[in-house]
Design a binder for this molecule. Structure first.
Ligand SMILES: C[S@@+](CC[C@H](N)C(=O)[O-])C[C@H]1O[C@@H](n2cnc3c(N)ncnc32)[C@H](O)[C@@H]1O
Length: 369
């Protein structure tokens, strides 16, 4: 697939994505996503104010005020940087202060705005409940008395993860576009396609891919770092061509026996300490003309500031373009460069930069060896 063929594939995947997203006014989404981000940030400012007062303080003094655990001490500084970016805090040297100390009624307004924008973006109420829970628990999260994972999967319940990775218009767009792209694959080997999914998690993308691959697939290797997700998937997916395996891709992929016709990594490849290296290892596992399907984020959404940073604390330091920064994700340009450096040819990159969904910063990248 190259040139006009990939343009046709992109157009078809985009149509499939829009159909799955449902009857929403997507042109309103950039403004709504920004509203949600700002509401979360206002609530974080109120949390900082409650612990440390309106300032001036240094980032370290805020970490002290929260009695933050050693591994999480960087997080208040990360929030303060976001508050400064949005004009909610100002800096003088290494000291900061909140621009307008939050009042009780501002916090109630932020919570209402958070729920309004969540609903208008088509996320289930579970997302509001989760965000409010993390906001309430910020002090205990920082002290490491409760983990972000425990709040994300309370009692093993996957409703929040489903809300974030599946049950909303943006995820429906991405997962349906991905399914449309893989539906076109035909096995070179008459035995059928061999597929490897990395960091498959709750299977939010897998659930759309499996029906698209049914009938042409010999083996779909569903892998993750955590046995919890493998057990969930064994219960959830009946397809006989599924195989399961524990794989930590941050240490390479030496045990995976290629070649694979398709490798999938949805919302997970950014966990690699060196993304270009991971993509190079994936490229080595692909059959000639095999495909890599990525769903990835290109900018940290502020709405994730009460959870994502806690999941990152203590991880192996990033050794790629993110080295020395607090960035979780590569930029769109860095993702494209990393694919290129791995010898992969980008065929489809959706949504188009002029599409309103582009502002939500998650994308489907489909590349060929
Ligand atoms: C945000 S979730 C996305 C899950 C999934 N792709 C989905 O769409 O439902 C990220 C997943 O990546 C997995 N993960 C994180 N780091 C990993 C690693 N180094 N190797 C393998 N899996 C990893 C986590 O266990 C989690 O299931």
């Amino acid at each position: 697939m190259a040139g006009p063929a990939s343009a046709a594939a992109a157009a078809s995947a985009h149509r499939a994505g829009l159909a799955a997203a449902g009857p929403h006014d997507l042109t309103a989404f950039p403004g709504l996503a920004r509203g949600l981000d700002l509401a979360v940030l206002r609530a974080i400012a109120a949390g900082v104010d409650a612990a440390a007062g309106p300032g001036p303080w240094t980032a370290d003094e805020v970490a002290d005020a929260f009695a933050a655990a050693e591994r999480h001490r960087w997080i208040p500084g990360h929030w303060i940087a976001a508050l400064c970016d949005e004009g909610m805090a100002t800096a003088r040297g290494s000291a900061f202060r909140l621009t307008a100390p939050p009042r009780r009624r501002d916090l109630s307004a932020a919570r209402r705005e958070l729920d309004r924008t969540r609903a208008a973006l088509g996320y289930p109420p579970a997302l509001t409940a989760f965000l409010l829970r993390t906001l309430r628990e910020l002090p205990r999260l920082l002290r490491d008395e409760v983990s972000a994972q425990a709040l994300l999967f309370p009692g093993g319940d996957t409703a929040v993860a489903e809300a974030v990775y599946r049950d909303n218009p943006l995820s429906r767009y991405l997962n349906a576009a991905a399914a449309d792209l893989v539906r076109r694959l035909r096995p070179a080997d008459p035995a059928g396609l061999r597929v490897l999914e990395l960091g498959a998690g709750i299977g939010a993308t897998t659930a759309d891919l499996l029906p698209a691959l049914e009938g042409v697939t010999a083996e779909y290797r569903f892998t993750d770092l955590s046995p919890f997700f493998l057990d969930l998937a064994r219960d959830r997916f009946p397809q006989r061509f599924l195989r399961f395996g524990l794989v930590d891709f941050s240490t390479g992929l030496p045990d995976q026996k290629g070649p694979f016709d398709l490798v999938v990594a949805a919302n997970t490849a950014h966990n690699a300490p060196h993304v270009p290296r991971l993509l190079g290892q994936v490229a080595d596992l692909l059959a000639p003309d095999g495909r890599l399907l990525l769903i990835e984020t290109c900018r940290e959404p502020r709405q994730s500031l009460t959870s994502m940073p806690f999941l990152l604390s203590g991880r192996v330091p990033r050794q790629d373009p993110r080295a020395g920064t607090e960035r979780t994700y590569l930029t769109r340009r860095e993702w494209r460069e990393a694919l290129h450096a791995a010898g992969l040819r980008l065929l489809v990159d959706l949504p188009h930069p002029t599409d309103p969904l582009d502002a939500l910063s998650q994308r489907v990248l489909f590349a060929a060896r």
